[in-house]
Write a protein that binds this ligand. Structure first.
Ligand code: IVH
Length: 702
């Protein structure tokens, strides 16, 4: 997402009348939306709506020039930094970009450039407009000195400690043949989270009972703005360079030269960057990018069109907010209008009720949408959404569709306000809302809906990985009274399962084998599967490594727990409460009695001795062992398993039909292993390879 930035100051007292009061109202609204967007990471309206408001204000100011003043959101970038971070002053302001919404506006921009250069020929660099958080990295003699967020364009927040934890940010730039490393460089770019990593992060958070992020941009912003850099380090943040501020000595003639150098100096530059000349070539590249946006691994919200020659850029110059030599081509918002048929309350694993909008199915940018998330009742009230309303839905990135707003003018009076049910839709227990909490909860521990979610999580791929035991079958077991606890799964009667609708002997036996196989899953998986609040996958691994058994963990005191890497006071308290609860103790005893024997992580491999210790590994293609088994082995050997290939990837393990990750690894010079190679490294036989990041791919400016 990219919004114009504002810190609307005082409105001028001069112009009066309806235009002035409308402008003042718009300025106030825009200021509030900026505050929500930039400071709270909690936007209340979509980008398209924001752009609409800004455009209206721009138009008013164009018609009544007296209304335009330096504090208007149309004139000034910016919001103030958070108090908790030190301020970070950019050596050169970080500008924003003017938006182009259609072919005509693109034509006008190109004409202005052409005029400014008196008709000289001009190449343009075309880049994806990455939907993340803008940051400025200050390098002194090639070493990372400091890093700041964009803030108001002149001053942002000092996030040096957090940025240092990011693998894609080189602490030291690599020397590039034929080019001196700048003595002072403000390297600018976007911090993002890849869509696949975002999905995983949210899954982990959801499964650990934490709130999920609305989209990858919010997740990136929230992760970068952590006061505790250990939290940032645990998030899959990636930095892509796209421009520079101060660069001394000024060694580049073209922006494309700068990007090619940055790529070779060890920084990521987006692979879709190209150079083009002429309106039709530019337009078709922009359209191609828009067509492919779903396939890209990061969210983008447009394209950036930049004059390539730095000398031409200088001649064209800058306006107060944005340069004359670059503009952003905005993609169409993927929105549609449809009818809100119902709002259903779904009960989560921890009893939280989430309102989900049931919609008349509608095509939004090629995907049929019939449900949208509404988060909580406060949001429904804030957006004044009523049952029966015509509503606007939006798809942002790969995320669950969002309900943006309702069309209040279209109401006929039959619309009804939504009220959270007073009784749980599943077990009819009273629903409570804790003081100060947004969430409504069902506190009945035996609520069937919660039980279903708890069991679904237990059996899920990243937990006990019980193949074939999905949402539907779990519901059948719970509804038929066959399973009321984890241990019941291990006591299921195969004949009774075979007799179920659409099961049969073969499926029942397969399921029995899958359940049986889960008895010896690694301890970390069991810990994660139990669904202890705040204990996600990676914390479960740390705990399993540190304690080696459930008994030892159950005996640990608070101090011992917080001494473990990745365990904070909140998680420690949650663990203590979990093990202090007699019902949980009984549940664990029952699991042991049912034959559960989790494998301690230490017997999977010894991390110290392993050649994989501290490495980042990506798995792709079909392996002869289950993907999860390979993942367990690699993690137990002390490596991190990532889902995306970058320059910081140490090994790509490629099975059969590896696809695009293999191509990317080859492009980046990442070492590729087959399964045997992986096994050798796991067995401790493999020698440590050379640093695969030495060879940098040339920027493919075609
Ligand atoms: S160039 C003077 N290139 O968009 C030009 N910006 O509205 C400076 N952004 O917050 C920016 N992708 O961080 C540029 N390929 C790209 C970009 C990009 C995303 C962000 C940028 C800034 C906003 C500008």
């Amino acid at each position: 997402m990219a919004r114009k930035h504002s810190s609307a100051g005082k409105e001028p007292g001069s112009a009066g009348g309806p235009a002035a009061s409308r402008a003042a109202r718009l300025a106030r609204e825009l200021e509030e939306h900026n505050r929500r967007y930039y400071l709270l990471d909690d936007p209340a309206i979509s980008d398209a709506e924001y752009d609409g408001l800004l455009k209206e204000l721009e138009q008013l100011e164009a018609e009544h020039p007296g209304l335009r003043h330096p504090g208007s959101p149309t004139q000034r970038p910016g919001t103030a930094p958070l108090e908790s971070f030190e301020p970070f002053t950019h050596l050169r302001p970080m500008l924003s970009l003017a938006n182009l919404f259609d072919e005509q506006e693109l034509g006008e921009f190109l004409e202005r450039v052409d005029k400014g250069l008196s008709g000289e020929s001009c190449d343009f660099v075309l880049e994806p407009k990455l939907d993340g958080v803008a940051v400025n990295l200050l390098y002194q003699d090639g070493r990372l000195l400091a890093a700041g967020t964009r803030g108001d364009g002149r001053r942002g927040e000092d996030v040096t400690a957090n940025v240092r934890t990011m693998a894609s940010v080189p602490i030291e730039l690599l020397a590039v043949d034929g080019r001196d490393t700048p003595t002072r460089l403000e390297l600018r770019g976007e911090v993002v989270i890849a869509k696949a990593d975002f999905a995983r992060l949210n899954l982990d958070r959801d499964e650990a009972g934490e709130t999920v992020f609305a989209n990858p941009r919010n997740a990136a912003a929230g992760s970068l703005r952590q006061l505790d850099s250990a939290i940032t380090a645990s998030r899959p943040l990636v930095f892509y360079a796209h421009s520079h501020g101060v660069c001394e000595p000024a060694g580049f003639e073209k922006h494309s030269d700068f990007l090619a150098w940055a790529g070779r100096a060890g920084v990521l530059v987006h692979p879709r960057v190209r150079r083009r000349r002429g309106q039709s070539a530019i337009l078709s590249w922009c359209r191609e990018l828009e067509r492919d946006r779903e396939q890209l691994d990061v969210d983008i919200d447009g394209a950036v069109i930049k004059v390539d020659s730095l000398e031409q850029q200088r001649r064209l110059g800058e306006l107060s907010r944005s340069p004359r030599w670059a503009s952003a081509w905005k993609f169409k918002a993927r929105q549609a209008t449809t009818r809100l048929l119902a709002i259903n309350a779904s009960v989560g694993r921890l009893g939280t009720l989430t309102p989900v909008a049931e919609l008349e199915p509608v095509n939004v940018g090629g995907v049929v949408v019939s449900n949208a998330s509404l988060h909580n009742t406060d949001e429904i009230r804030r957006k004044d959404i009523r049952l029966g309303d015509l509503v606007v839905v939006e798809r942002a990135g790969d995320v669950i569709p969002q309900l943006v707003s309702s069309l209040a003018d279209e109401r006929d009076g039959s619309e009804k306000r939504f009220r959270m049910p007073r009784k749980c839709p599943s077990c009819r227990s009273p629903i409570k809302r804790q003081k100060g909490e947004v969430a409504h909860r069902c506190n009945n521990r035996s609520c069937p809906a919660q039980l279903r979610e708890t069991l679904r999580h237990f059996a899920s791929r990243n937990a006990m990985d019980i193949d074939g035991l999905g949402e539907k079958l779990v519901a059948v077991f719970v509804d038929n009274g066959m399973v009321a606890s984890f241990a019941d799964l291990y006591r299921l009667d195969t004949e009774a399962v075979a007799a179920l609708d659409r099961m049969g002997e073969k499926s029942a036996e397969k399921l029995a084998a899958a359940i049986d196989g889960s008895r010896t899953r690694p301890l970390s998986r069991l810990l994660f599967a139990l669904g202890i609040r705040h204990v996600g996958e990676s914390a479960a691994r740390s705990l399993a490594r540190a304690f080696g058994s459930l008994d030892a963990l159950a005996r640990a005191d608070e101090q011992t727990l917080v001494d473990i890497d990745g365990v904070g006071p909140e998680m420690a308290a949650s663990l203590l409460a979990f093990f202090a609860d007699p019902a949980n103790r009984t549940m664990l005893d029952e699991l042991v009695a049912a034959g559960l024997r989790p494998t301690p992580e230490t017997t999977l491999a010894t991390s110290e001795a392993s050649a994989l210790s501290g490495k980042t590994v990506v798995l792709t293609g079909t392996l002869s062992i289950a993907r999860n088994r390979a993942k367990d082995l690699v993690q137990a050997a002390g490596a991190t398993v990532s889902s995306t290939v970058s320059k910081r990837t140490d090994y790509l393990v490629a099975g059969e039909n590896p696809g695009s990750k293999l191509r990317k690894a080859e492009q980046l010079g990442v070492e590729v292993l087959n399964e045997d190679g992986l096994m050798r490294l796991l067995g401790g036989e493999g020698a440590g390879p050379d640093d695969p990041a030495d060879e940098q791919a040339e920027l493919p400016l075609r």
